[in-house]
Ligand binder design. Structure first.
Ligand code: IPD
Ligand code: CA
Ligand code: CA
Ligand code: CA
Length: 280
């Protein structure tokens, strides 16, 4: 597979940032760690990796803007192009010595993602995609899994944690889906979850309240691998909205159905609780 010049720039930036992360991995005692909110960590490794990506990309395209997790939005002179970057996706894993983290870089052109790179330095896995050109893992073409039914399907999700809303709603979804499928995994780095769906390692995935930098690259990987990505009710999806459901066409449809059943059960339980309280 011949990578375009731009994709090469992106993989080079991800490789360099990944090297920086790999050096700091397992050295948590030497890192500066702070909290942006409850259970929301940021470390000197996140910032260093972001700096590397920023420098690499702006050296090659000085006029393009950025949306980065730690620095936020940086407007460029060219209104058409923007890089969307998560320099370290899976910070909590990283700080715990779990080798499940990545550098995620997406290129947005006129509001649409046209190129994507997700790199896991600990596994030396580089996922790439360009719009219309297919998705790749270390230069080998990848496709979403072909399983069609829930009992054979393995799902990924993101379990809400301290400081995140609606733990109760998630439990309804989990109970519904774990009772119908071959299993549910929680890896802790959304960009990799999506890359795993693209590579057919996971059949489907759902999570709420993600940010554009968590998903922008992964969404293109899945689409280019032949998968479907929508909101949690099956509605059309861009890489900005944070609630996401994906899989091949069969698994995606089944997942949306399961999520619907979970919310119906939850509403029924609420109504039953309310009528118990009012004595109706
Ligand atoms: C987090 C990871 C995680 C997801 C969180 C994200 P970060 O990103 O992607 O899987 O569940 O919602 O914030 O903060 O490690 O880059
Ligand atoms: Ca973070
Ligand atoms: Ca992230
Ligand atoms: Ca991050």
């Amino acid at each position: 597979m011949a990578r375009s010049a731009l994709l090469q720039v992106m993989t080079q930036a991800a490789t360099k940032a990944g090297r920086v992360l790999a050096r700091d991995f397992g050295e948590v005692q030497h890192l500066q760690v702070s909290m942006k909110g409850p259970a929301d960590f940021v470390s000197s490794a996140d910032r260093k990796a972001e700096e590397v990506v920023f420098k690499e990309l702006s050296r090659v395209r000085p006029d393009w803007g950025f949306l980065m997790e730690e620095r936020g939005a940086i407007e460029g002179r060219d209104p058409q192009h923007r890089w969307i970057v998560d320099p370290l996706d899976g910070t909590t894993n990283f700080l715990h010595g779990l080798p499940m983290f990545s550098v995620s870089i997406a290129l947005e052109r006129d509001g649409e993602i046209v190129a994507a790179v997700v790199f896991n330095p600990a596994m030396d896995e580089m996922y790439t995609a360009e719009k219309g050109g297919g998705a790749y893992l270390n230069d080998r073409r990848i496709r979403v899994a072909s399983r069609k039914t829930l009992p054979e399907a393995l799902f990924g999700t993101g379990i809400p944690f301290l400081g995140m809303g609606d733990h109760a709603g998630f439990l309804y979804e989990l109970r519904q889906i774990m009772g119908e499928t071959a299993g549910v995994r929680r890896y802790g780095a959304a960009s990799l979850d999506l890359a795993f769906v693209a590579a057919g390692r996971l059949d489907g995935f759902w999570e709420r309240a993600l940010n554009p930098w968590d998903i922008a690259a992964g969404v293109l990987l899945i689409k280019e691998a032949g998968g479907i990505v929508t909101g949690l009710e099956g509605e059309s999806f861009d890489h900005i909205r944070g609630d996401i459901a994906c899989g091949n066409e069969f698994i995606h449809k089944a997942l949306i159905g399961q999520l619907k059943q979970a919310s119906t059960k939850r509403r029924a339980a609420r109504r039953a609780g309310e009528s118990r309280e009012t004595g109706e």
